[in-house]
Design a protein around this ligand. Structure first.
Ligand SMILES: Cc1cc2nc3c(=O)[nH]c(=O)nc-3n(C[C@H](O)[C@H](O)[C@H](O)COP(=O)(O)OP(=O)(O)OC[C@H]3O[C@@H](n4cnc5c(N)ncnc54)[C@H](O)[C@@H]3O)c2cc1C
Length: 439
């Protein structure tokens, strides 16, 4: 029986925040939650930031504010650069060290470019607010510059490529199609936008492979209806600043490639000395601790968490959030001299939103299939709950929902203003004599 437990949580994603919130209810526990950003970002709404539907402030929740009423939880901004699981200590980039009785690793994921030449340098993933802002900035910049110099369109300035046909790629392609085909024609009425393209590339022969065949056909039809071109059954061989080369030798001229092609464990997992399994993720036992390290937990996207069938659970917000809460329960059980319990995931199902009124959902452990408005309603329910559980405000979500459903082509002028882009990124000199392309 232990009197007071110090817990250090690495990462304030769904897993870390849920763990800290539950531990905050026990006065015998002191928590330090460290995140390199100092805020929680709501990843499921990142592509709404990328396509100017929401402002960054709408999905960014300051940790100090989130835990202000919890005196036992200290939020710290810092990048963890090294973990010593035996000593249960972490080293921060600023030179600081934190030591604890229990370490909780919830550092999430990073994109996996699968060694595709040029992808890491020239494609933009969608994992952080910074990534989403880069995508938005690039879209605005490309439209602004092409409006000023329409011949740029011949160089693919209005061709947008999304790599990956999983939920992130499909949702991003659907949202891009809406801004490109429905919103931008109002902003630049004199620009010949008819030639604008959104192309989705995937090596598989369909999209949303984790879903049923019925959902595949529905998603394909909905994407095509929104003007998304599908290049399926073909790999991406190379990405350069000006084009994407596919496995069949064809090339797509483009100035924006969004990478939704896969993910692996966050970099810090590779510097933790902990046993890594598939995707570099840390394999954990049913009670969510790492084998050989009784007081080190790994949760959410950084971990391979075994489900009821022994297979690893998918990388989902609800898995991470429930695991965070469960790990906290096991930490508290130790304090009380009780038994740790094996994680039991309450399966909400899988879902993806393709665009307004178009979504697919397979609900619950029996995968009850829904499409269209009903699936959209299910998506809303699950995400509203994720937001609320993270302790985030619902105001922005509700207002986005209103715009999304009722005024699809509406965007705030602020979010469409190219002047809000951090800095100009593309230098066009020489584009048409082939001497220089991008900066
Ligand atoms: C674009 C996109 C859309 C998605 N849509 C959905 C969806 O619709 N529904 C759904 O259920 N799931 C969705 N997901 C998946 C879901 O967001 C993840 O499964 C979930 O965020 C995982 O939670 P986590 O706590 O493990 O990690 P994360 O939420 O990724 O949090 C990890 C945290 O760790 C911090 N961190 C990382 N490394 C360090 C370090 N070295 N030092 C300090 N801090 C560090 C990061 O800053 C971050 O805050 C989506 C993911 C993406 C990328």
């Amino acid at each position: 029986m232990v009197d007071l437990t110090q817990v250090v949580i690495i990462g304030a994603g769904f897993a870390g925040v849920a763990c800290a919130r539950r531990l905050a209810t026990d006065p015998r526990v002191r928590v330090t939650i460290v995140d390199r950003n100092g805020y929680h970002q709501f990843q499921p709404l990142l592509y709404q930031i990328a396509t100017a539907e929401l402002a960054p402030r709408d999905i960014r929740f300051d940790l100090d504010a989130m835990f202000t009423r919890h005196a036992t939880v200290q939020a710290r901004t810092g990048e963890v650069v090294e973990i010593d699981p035996r000593a249960r200590s972490v080293r921060l980039a600023d030179g600081g060290t934190l030591t604890a009785d229990v370490l909780v690793l919830g550092a999430g994921a990073q994109p996996n470019f699968f060694h595709t030449p040029g992808a890491e340098q020239h494609a933009v993933p969608l994992y952080s607010l910074g990534d989403a802002e880069r995508v938005r900035g690039r879209i605005l910049e490309l439209f602004r510059d092409t409006a000023a110099k329409p011949e740029l369109a011949e160089d693919g300035t209005l061709t947008f490529v999304v790599v990956g046909g999983g939920p992130t790629g499909v949702e991003t392609a659907g949202a891009l199609a809406e801004i490109v085909h429905d919103v931008m024609p109002h902003v630049y009425p004199h620009l010949a936008i008819a030639g604008a393209r959104v192309v989705l590339v995937d090596l598989g022969h369909t999209v949303l492979t984790a879903f049923s065949d019925d959902a595949h056909s529905y998603a394909v039809e909905q994407l095509r209806r929104r003007g998304v071109e599908l290049r399926l059954g073909v790999s991406v061989k190379e990405v350069t600043p000006e084009e994407v080369t596919l496995g069949d030798g064809s090339r797509i001229r483009t100035r924006l490639v969004v990478w939704g092609g896969g993910q692996m464990a966050a970099p810090v997992a590779f510097r933790s000395g902990l046993p890594q399994g598939r995707g570099g993720r840390i394999d954990v036992r049913p009670d969510l601790t790492v084998p050989g390290f009784e007081n080190v937990y790994a949760l959410g996207d950084v971990a391979n968490i075994p489900g009821a069938d022994g297979e690893a659970l998918p990388q989902l917000g609800s898995v991470a959030q429930q695991a965070g809460d469960w790990a906290a329960g096991n930490i508290i059980a130790d304090l009380e001299g009780g038994q740790r319990q094996p994680f039991h995931y309450r399966d909400k199902g899988i879902m993806a939103m393709i665009g307004r009124k178009a979504a697919v959902a397979e609900i619950g452990p029996h995968r009850h299939e829904l499409k269209g408005r009903f699936a959209f309603a299910a998506w809303l329910g699950v995400h509203a709950q994720l937001l609320a559980n993270a302790g985030a405000e619902m105001r922005a979500f509700v207002s986005w929902l209103d715009d999304f459903y009722v005024r699809p082509a509406h965007r705030s002028a602020e979010l469409l203003d190219p002047a809000t882009i951090d800095r100009p990124r593309i230098r066009w000199e020489g584009t048409h004599d082939g001497t220089e392309h991008t900066g």
